[in-house]
Design a protein around this ligand. Structure first.
Ligand SMILES: *Cc1c(COP(=O)(O)O)cnc(C)c1O
Length: 446
């Protein structure tokens, strides 16, 4: 199997660096991307790729049952299977949001539950690739690496810590103190990562970790490392696969550092080049109004991009003012006429809560994407029978603080909950309980 992949300059497509080199940026300072020998890949017919990937999907043959490693030829073709560090990521459920869709006047609305994953977010898709490559460099004695480090808004560090723990590789995580959820903080602690809570924001942690990893003793795990994008790009391929290789009309995806929206496009572009699909869906990148530099750039007609100072938001994992992958994201969005939308704290909280009432359990970032979808529907930009996929980036259970605050256990700045459902505290008395039930039923069935 002589497939081949290497790093190249993401801007110009020039240069070639082997994946075994420790390099995150091109000499010009731009981002790198992983390039594949597409001519070799095209030697296999589209139908044969679909058949191969379907045969592996969610089976147990190591490591191909993973949603990422099932597409190994298009991800990291030359790593030995025994060096792969996989926690069976990907293969997440695609939820037909039938009742919520009906409320919005839509018939074909789906939520891709990327948070139903080992550490509860889509970050697992990329981290399996990065940690596998590091494991390969260590096991094959190609490089001396002490460990892996990242800055994080909470989910990257949880994922890095888990994959490193599974491989026995030391992990170091830099977090903005007090700006992530309890669940996200406890994940790397439980997985025995060195957990550093710093008095700064994510952008500050990002600057520090870049300096910390400069001498290459620690491998940098942030998404400027293009290996993560290789794993994350499988999400779009997997969505198409789950629809029996049919392309949906719209995909709504939350964006912060903008690695994931870049990855979504890259995967879809590559399977289009392989002849597996013949069009790219309309993609809408969804930002929190509190951290919206991409939205502002889009509104300027892509004329200018200014980093912002990200303000507090329930959607803490996308509280990023200076996104690392902006050049990749902007290029892909411009090429494919992609859209950008934003949601306020009120809009994202209400959208998440309203959809929760139809059986979902949304994190605030998914709330951002749902709120943006509702704006597109309200403006008549989406047809009733369009097939729409909302990418849910994390599990709601990681964000119970903000959900509890919404339902009355606290205060969410700038939010007047439209769908609160606080618990009712009662004496353990059957009459009182019966009355409470009946009052509830009357309210529900008026
Ligand atoms: C990381 C993350 C995002 C944003 O992804 P980017 O690649 O930074 O744009 C969105 N939602 C959740 C839950 C995340 O953890």
């Amino acid at each position: 199997m002589a497939y081949d992949a290497w790093f190249r300059d993401a801007e110009t497509g020039a240069g070639r660096w082997e994946l075994d080199e420790i390099i995150y940026r091109s000499p010009s300072g731009g981002l790198l991307e992983v390039a594949h020998d597409m001519e070799r890949l095209k030697a296999r017919a589209p139908a044969a790729w679909m058949q191969l990937w379907d045969a592996r999907y969610k089976r147990t043959q190591w490591p191909y049952g993973s949603g990422v490693w099932g597409k190994k030829e298009l991800v990291l073709p030359n790593i030995p299977d025994e060096h792969v560090v996989s926690l069976d990521e990907g293969g997440t459920n695609l939820f037909w949001a039938e009742r919520f869709g009906r409320e919005l006047g839509l018939t074909d609305l789906w939520v891709k539950q990327c948070g139903v994953s080992h550490t509860g977010s889509f970050k697992d898709l990329g981290m399996t690739v990065l940690v596998s490559q590091v494991n390969h460099l260590i096991k094959s004695k190609k490089r001396d690496i002490l460990g892996v480090a990242c800055a994080s808004t909470g989910d990257t560090s949880a994922s890095l810590a888990a994959y490193c723990a599974a491989a026995g590789i030391p992990a170091v995580v830099l977090l903005p103190r007090g700006k992530i959820s309890t669940a996200q903080l406890i994940q790397p602690i439980a997985n025995n990562a060195l957990t550093l809570a710093l008095d700064t924001d994510f952008d500050g942690c990002m600057r520090l970790v870049q300096e910390l990893t400069e001498d290459k003793k620690l491998y940098l795990a942030n998404s400027m490392n293009s290996l993560r994008v290789e794993g994350q790009k499988t999400v779009g391929i997997e969505i198409v696969q789950q629809f029996d290789w049919e392309v949906p009309d719209w995909i709504f995806i939350p964006g912060g550092n903008l690695g994931n929206v870049s990855a979504l496009y890259k995967g879809l572009e590559e399977i289009k080049e392989l002849g597996i699909i013949n069009r790219i869906p309309k993609i809408v990148c969804c930002q929190a109004e509190a951290a919206n530099p991409l939205y502002l750039a889009y509104k300027s007609g892509w004329k200018e991009f200014h980093p912002v100072t990200a303000k507090p938001t329930q959607a803490s994992a996308i509280r990023i003012g200076n996104p690392v992958s902006r050049s990749k994201a902007v290029r892909a969005l411009m090429t494919h006429d992609g859209r950008v939308e934003q949601a306020s704290e009120q809009e994202l909280a209400d959208a998440a809560a309203r959809a929760d009432r139809t059986g979902l359990f949304n994190c605030p970032h998914t709330g951002v994407a749902l709120a943006c979808l509702m704006k597109f529907v309200a403006r008549g930009e989406i047809k009733r029978n369009d097939r729409i996929v909302v990418i849910s980036t994390a599990h709601g259970l990681k964000f119970t603080e903000s959900k509890a605050a919404y339902h009355g256990a606290g205060v969410l700045p700038g939010v007047q909950p439209s769908y609160p459902n606080p618990p009712i505290e009662l004496a353990a008395d059957v009459r009182a309980v019966y009355d409470a039930v009946m009052r509830h039923m009357e309210r529900t069935f008026v």
